[in-house]
Design a protein around this ligand. Structure first.
Ligand SMILES: Cc1cc2nc3c(=O)[nH]c(=O)nc-3n(C[C@H](O)[C@H](O)[C@H](O)COP(=O)(O)OP(=O)(O)OC[C@H]3O[C@@H](n4cnc5c(N)ncnc54)[C@H](O)[C@@H]3O)c2cc1C
Length: 68
């Protein structure tokens, strides 16, 4: 599968990159999207990486809470 890969440096750039096409997907951690692309379920023409944009929050940075 071929697709364009772009990395957004901030929220405004992420919005701008995503607005410039129909088949665009944001990439945060990729655990869901990359699997779907690998299986051919998602076929974006462009992928906008949010990892350095401040819009993606890695799961590792969340605070685990005790089970109730
Ligand atoms: C082994 C494994 C176990 C899992 N277990 C669980 C579980 O227990 N519970 C659970 O809920 N999920 C689970 N998941 C699914 C996965 O963890 C979640 O879907 C997670 O939220 C994906 O995060 P990500 O950052 O990798 O997103 P990505 O795969 O990068 O993106 C997921 C989707 O969100 C879109 N997206 C990403 N960022 C934005 C944004 N800022 N704005 C708009 N759209 C955006 C993407 O375009 C894509 O469509 C599991 C996945 C794996 C591989």
């Amino acid at each position: 599968m071929e697709f364009a890969f772009e990395r957004a440096a901030g929220v405004a750039e992420a919005l701008e990159l995503a607005s410039a096409g129909n088949s665009v997907k944001y990439l945060a951690g990729g655990t869901n999207l990359l699997d779907l692309m690998w299986e051919g379920v998602e076929r974006p023409e462009r992928v906008v990486d949010l990892s350095r944009s401040g819009c993606a929050t890695p799961a590792a940075s969340t605070t685990p809470l005790p089970n109730r």
